[in-house]
Design a protein around this ligand. Sequence first.
Ligand code: 5RP
Length: 224
Amino acid sequence: MQQQDVAKKAAGEKATEYIKPNMTIGLGTGSTAYYAIMRIGEMVSGGMPLRAVATSEQSEQLARKQGIPIIPFSEIDRIDLDIDGADEVDEHLRLIKGGGGALLREKIVAAASAEMIVITDESKVVKHLGRFPLPVEIIPFAWELTFRRLIALDAAPVLRTSNGRTVVTDNGNFILDCHYERIKDPVALHQQLNDIPGVVENGLFLHYASRVIIGYADGSVKSL
Ligand code: 5RP
């Protein structure tokens, strides 16, 4: 296992220690959330009663494969604990998310959760948000107009593609990765982006994380 994976596994597994019987868990998306989901699968096989909702088709499939009961949103009144990764985390526990393209569902689940634990390796911890391109989910209709609005805001947007094809999210939308290098005022930017017609949501998570667990290459963890 590579060093970064050791760190991700350590963080992902540590977060599962906060799970109590009968909780409803929000399952994040990405390579760090993978380790949390695998561990939750083991807990369920070991007899721990819990249920979960997923933030992506990918995580839902993985969870079902591990025997984790996935319930429809119509059946939940609350999510007790959301465990998810991040692309950047600052000292105020503000995040950039969406590198894996799941930011919209991730934000909906985070907003509905009593607590959000973010799991990450040390490479994601930054002094200022923005080096990681900020993902912005937009609807495909007239996307070029939305793109131009973002250019006018100096976002330097790039339409996300994979193998030459436009990436389509689980919600049927596109992603524009916006290059700021340093986001001076995340609160203002969050508002400015979401005010643009065509923008569905952006990857700034400013007041959701209650705890950040950082994993290190030697398998140790630290909590923020
Ligand atoms: C997906 C996300 C992920 O949490 C983020 O990209 C981190 O992924 P990884 O754990 O693979 O580094 O926001 O939309």
